[in-house]
Design a protein. Sequence first.
Length: 309
Amino acid sequence: MSQVKHFLSLSDIAASELRAILSEAHRIKKARGSLPKGQIDMDAPFSGQTLALIFEKSSTRTRFSFDMAMRQLGGTSITATSNDMQLGRGETIEDTAKVLSRFVDGIMLRANSHDTLTALAQNAQVPVINGLTDYNHPCQIMADLQTLEERGGQLSDMTLTWVGDGNNVAVSFAHASAKFGFKLRISCPYGYTMDGAIIEAARAQGANIETITDPLSACKDTDVVIADTFVSMGDTDADKRLSDLMSHQVNDALMEAAAKDAIFLHCLPAHRGEEVTASVIDGPQSAVFDEAENRLHAQKAVIRWSLEA
Ligand code: CP
Ligand code: NVA
């Protein structure tokens, strides 16, 4: 069992391994060149293998990018929402893990609770990949870092600024700061800051994290400005969040405070006029659609790392 390589959190995986996955993502993207999207990679490394894609919450990018990733790798995938499965009628995640391990070669799960993901991994005999939980979103950040590097960035020289809710995506950036050596500024209004214990744990792994409440100060001369929705899946206080978080909308003033060629990132889906203005997300500094595309390439590298073990 010890050789099963789960991809649950960037904080669990050695910096050298994450570096190798990111380098592989660049190689995989270049190697495909302009092959038609549905064409299998020349080496078809996962011929005969199947990845289960299970969703407790909605998804566009994660669903399609993992499915296309397995097709391009020469394998197949089976997608189900938890409500399509007995999981939605109360079958335990432990039993689900044991049963699916008899059928498929790996499992990607998007879960409401991170505990569900860890219980799946503890009981699965095949690799488990995190497709987002309430705690973190590691695959997203691998794609984000690929996007920054392909635009010429040297991560260890960069300052990234997170503006808004200190949510699941922000947590994976905190973990990534420790592994890739970039400086991370986190700017959240009162009541929406990242759990201090998460920041301290990331710092203990080597993360360089600064918390700056004022978003304009946080964006000053930064290389990358990052926004995400003010209302994540599972949040039930949408009106209050929209009102409380508007002080941290990414707008032209914040982008002007940032470095001249600063890049704007957003994992999507976006809500123009809420966490970001249309002028920023649809403007020349936005890299959001390369970022979305890189979910495919980065996840092919993650799948290779997990399933090739
Ligand atoms: N960024 C992201 O994970 O998008 P989806 O929710 O569409 O999968
Ligand atoms: N923070 C968002 C990310 C969506 C990809 C959410 O959890 O809904």
